[in-house]
Structure formats: C-alpha cells, structure tokens
Write a protein that binds this ligand. Structure first.
Ligand SMILES: [Mg+2]
Length: 218
C-alpha cells in the first residue's frame, strides 16, 4: 500500500504559519503606521485562506490599510521569498511519516500551488526526504480536483489507485476525486460526520499508526 498526502491544512499547519509570517511582516515593514497588529493579522490570514492569487491578496490588503503601491509590491515579494521560513507542520506529522518510511511505504505529495512556493515549504518543514514524488499544480498545470494530477503522481510512484491511500483535508479537492479514482481515502478533519467519499478520518497525527493498521487490514 502506498500513500499520497495533500500539503496545506493536512501536513502543513497553514493557519499557524500565517500567524507567524503575518506578525513578522508587520514588524519588518513597520505596518503599525497603518493599522493595529491584531486587525492586520485577521485580514492577512483571511485573505490568504481564500483561494485567490497572491497579487489579489496583497492588493486587497493595500486597499484595506492604505499601503502605497511600492509597499504592496515589497510585501508580496517578501512574502513569496520568506513564507516558508515560518512553516510549521501539525503535531505528529513527522512521526507518522517516519512510521510509514520504516514500513517501506512509498509516500508522495500532491499539492495545489506555485511550484517554488510549495517546494520551499516542504523543504522548510523538513519533509522532502520522506517523499518519493512531489507533484504541484504549478508544475503540471493540472489542479486538484482534476483527476490528471492524481494520475500523474501515481504514474511517477509506479502505483495504482487500488493500492493507494489519499490523505487530505478538502472534501471537494482531495476526498471526492480520490474516491472517484478508487483510492482509500483518509480525511484530515476533526468532524464526526463522515461523508460518502471518506473511508477513514484522522484528527491528530498521533493516531496515524492505528489508522494505518486498520487500512492495511482491509
Ligand atoms: Mg489542503
């Protein structure tokens, strides 16, 4: 059995990273001249949580707080170049990947986002060494839920859906397409409800070994 993981909000604790990155940018660029830090952080996190280009994110921040065009561009550039420095994984992620590696499970990552940006994050999180393949929408031009990006990852892993698990947080982009293709699906969620596209749910990665044992007994 092989496994593919989504990155953001599955392995990568995006909210914590945004919190740290936003606070750092706020001080680096003296943004207290424009707004209170707490107000900035709420807007910074919410803009970066919506699926939209970073040009739009920083333009919206500039409009909200009255940043000059030059500052808007500098903030975006600095964000692109340094966001990964603040990247934090969810607790237990590394232990789960170590556990799978020991079992000789082939592990891959399928993530939507710009190629350099996603790869910088994976590297900064210390996860590169666990992945046999990393497939980004920026690199392939195919974006989840497009089945093509899942199939690209499988072919690079020399695996088939029926021998593979997909673990992700999004029902629409991860669980549904993975289920349609015949993967066993693991939903990263704290919810009790289990939609049809979900075979297993994981809230904390400390529980990963017991879920993996249940999957491999199937
Ligand atoms: Mg995600």
């Amino acid at each position: 059995m092989n496994i593919l993981f989504d990155l953001d909000d599955t392995l990568h604790d995006k909210r914590s990273t945004l919190q740290r990155c936003g606070a750092r940018l706020f001080y680096e660029f003296d943004l207290q001249k424009y707004s209170d830090k707490a107000v900035f952080l709420v807007k910074f996190i919410s803009e970066n949580t919506v699926i939209q280009s970073k040009e739009v994110v920083f333009n919206n921040l500039a409009m909200e707080f009255g940043y000059e065009t030059k500052l808007e561009q500098k903030l975006k550039d600095r964000f692109d170049q340094t966001f990964h420095n603040d990247a934090v994984p969810f607790s237990g992620v590394k232990e789960a990947l170590k556990y799978l590696t020991k079992l000789k499970v082939v592990i891959g990552c399928v993530t939507n986002g710009r190629d350099f940006f996603q790869r910088n994050k994976i590297e900064a999180l210390g996860l590169t060494k666990y992945f046999k393949v990393i497939v980004t929408s920026g690199e392939t031009g195919k974006k989840k839920p497009d089945h093509g990006i899942f199939l690209d990852a499988l072919s690079r892993m020399e695996s088939a859906p029926e021998n593979s698990v997909f673990c992700g947080d999004s029902l629409k982009s991860d669980m549904q397409p993975a289920k349609d293709l015949g993967f066993i699906t693991v939903w990263k969620s704290s919810k009790i409800v289990k939609p049809d596209s979900v075979d297993f749910t994981i809230d904390k990665f400390y529980n990963f070994p017991s879920i993996w044992q249940a999957i491999t007994k199937c």
